[in-house]
Design a protein around this ligand. Structure first.
Ligand code: 5GP
Length: 121
């Protein structure tokens, strides 16, 4: 499957759709989910065109991979929910059909601000 340049997060990255930005650097953009599932629900996306974690693992550079993982941590710190700053959180990424992925641009969900409950319903 080819990357779809018209997916919603590609449009957010190009500034065509607004977002409530939390954090940005050379590798990632983070913003609040439009339909929050927990008290805090952030998204962290790589700036490169990657469909999902498998695509990212296959094609991204080492710098991009480090940048994304560190980006999740930076966002958690900024939101005050990291282990250092708060009480922890859940980071997860849905992959393709069985994973329930809706937007075909790799994104980590960051849930926190409260106990986030059972991992899988
Ligand atoms: P997925 O199911 O692909 O893992 O998650 C996609 C997420 O993107 C959902 O939690 C959904 O609420 C969020 N989302 C969809 N469209 C938009 C949008 O235009 N802006 C923002 N901020 N989040 C969106």
């Amino acid at each position: 499957m080819a990357y779809d340049d018209n997916n919603i997060f590609a449009k957010v990255l190009r500034g065509e759709i607004p977002c409530k930005k939390i954090y940005e650097d050379d590798f990632v953009l983070s913003f609040y989910d439009i339909n929050p599932q927990k008290k805090i629900h952030a998204l962290v996306i790589p700036k490169g065109k990657y469909i999902d974690l498998d695509d990212f693992s296959d094609k991204a550079s080492d710098d991009e991979i480090v940048g994304l993982i560190k980006g999740v941590n930076k966002v958690a710190k900024k939101l005050g929910i990291s282990v250092e700053e708060g009480n922890g959180y859940r980071a997860l990424t849905n992959i393709s059909e069985h994973g329930g992925q809706e937007v075909p641009h790799l994104h980590f969900h960051v849930f926190g601000g409260e106990k986030v409950g059972k991992m899988v319903e």
